[in-house]
Design a protein around this ligand. Structure first.
Ligand SMILES: NC(=O)c1ccc[n+]([C@@H]2O[C@H](COP(=O)([O-])OP(=O)(O)OC[C@H]3O[C@@H](n4cnc5c(N)ncnc54)[C@H](O)[C@@H]3O)[C@@H](O)[C@H]2O)c1
Ligand SMILES: [Fe+2]
Length: 365
């Protein structure tokens, strides 16, 4: 067997309940003296209090919405430039972290965010440090070089080293307030990152190990976290699953389910995790092979069929949509076409052309 891989993970990670209170230390470690904070609306008071504790926060933007718009990036870029900030903290879900990562990457350059979004300007080699603090357990954006930003109805995933955070503070306590449905959506997103990193054409052994553990943790802890949001053990294990999920797809990249999630989010407005989960059990069956059987046995499952059933059960438990008929009138041809041409579909281990995807979607109709 020929084995060759390249592994690199440059983000400093601090993990543990209560670690958010030590953010001042991390800011100091990275020489941040004037910081812009980007946070979810429900965190504004807490982050403003942080400002008076550290005395270093010079601007706060709390207006990021799910499926973040480029206009939000513009606001953060303006705050960074006006305040001559030398760092950014992002406290929130994937939408907030992706907005902050994009803004920090481009703020030091001439030009508007839209020019970088359209590929008219190259992302710079260096930028001010970003500290990510996830408040959902799902995207893994705290450690990835990915930013997902929307310009109107166009959703773009950009993968570039300019989006790498300097540090991540993963404090599971912050996730205790996530409502049950979002807990389920985001938890299944974490599971998808791990499974897709594992079966991606670019899979590699270090990421595989993290993927296996992320799938195991999700199967054991997502339902308890969904049932009782204050269960700190389940929340801690889900935060770890999301972090490991992020690390397990960061290099190999995601595959079929994420490729399908883009038209599902753009045209039918499904939240990211729900859109990904809609086809995840289908892809478990499509991609079932010896490697996936091995993953299943290592985490105590009988086979890939049991994995697919467990994913479907979780979706139903959480009230997520499992059939396309629940989305209204769906244009199957467009859906199959858009999924087939998405670049991430190239990473799927089983080649899925438009006809194969149409068959998969017909079975989900
Ligand atoms: N950059 C990456 O590597 C990466 C990976 C996967 C997904 N994404 C992107 O991330 C976005 C999805 O992020 P998400 O799933 O974290 O959801 P989100 O950030 O859109 O948040 C969903 C909702 O939950 C709320 N919320 C967040 N934390 C909360 C908490 N602790 N308590 C109560 N409410 C809370 C938010 O305010 C929001 O209303 C999508 O745009 C997706 O495409 C990015
Ligand atoms: Fe995702």
């Amino acid at each position: 067997m020929e084995l060759e891989f390249l592994y690199q993970q440059p983000v400093r990670i601090r993990f543990g309940a209560g670690t958010f209170s030590r953010i001042g230390e991390t800011m100091k470690e990275f020489g941040i003296t004037r910081c812009v904070a980007v946070c979810d609306p429900f965190l504004e008071a807490r982050v403003s209090a942080l400002s008076s504790e550290t005395g270093k926060i010079c601007g706060v933007f709390s207006g990021v919405e799910p499926n973040p718009q480029r206009s939000g990036v513009d606001v953060v870029v303006r705050l960074i430039r006006e305040n001559r900030a030398d760092g950014v903290i992002a406290v929130g879900g994937g939408s907030t972290m992706d907005t902050a990562k994009f803004a920090a990457a481009v703020a030091g350059e001439a030009g508007d965010a839209i020019e970088f979004f359209r590929g008219e300007r190259p992302f710079p080699q260096t930028h001010i440090p970003v500290i990510t603090v996830p408040t959902t357990a799902g995207t893994g954006s705290e450690v990835t070089q990915v930013s997902v930003i929307n310009n109107g109805s166009e959703k773009k995933t950009i993968n570039h080293p300019a989006f790498l955070p300097a540090a991540a503070i993963v404090d599971p306590e912050l996730t205790c307030s996530v409502p049950p449905r979002t807990t389920m959506n985001t938890g299944l997103d974490a599971m998808a990152h791990a499974l897709e990193g594992y079966w991606s054409r670019g899979h590699q052994p270090i990421c595989d190990l993290m993927a296996i553990e992320a799938v195991r943790l999700t199967l054991e802890n997502l339902e308890p976290a969904w049932r009782d949001g204050s269960d700190l053990v389940a929340r801690t294990n889900m935060s770890l699953a999301a972090l490991l999920g992020g690390l397990s797809f960061a290099l190999p990249k995601t595959a079929g389910s994420h490729a399908c999630s883009y038209p599902l989010s753009e045209d039918y407005h499904l939240p990211h995790g729900e859109a990904v989960a809609l086809t995840l059990d289908s892809f478990v069956r499509i991609n079932a092979d010896q490697r996936l059987e091995l993953l299943c046995r290592r985490i105590g499952l009988r086979d890939t069929e049991e994995l697919a059933s467990r994913i479907l059960e979780l979706k139903k438990l959480g009230g997520l949509r499992t059939r396309l008929s629940e989305l209204g009138t769906v244009d199957l041809n467009k859906l199959a076409h858009d999924a087939a041409v998405h670049p991430l579909m190239q990473n799927n281990p089983v080649r899925m052309d438009e006809a194969a995807l149409r068959r998969m979607f017909e079975a989900l109709a």
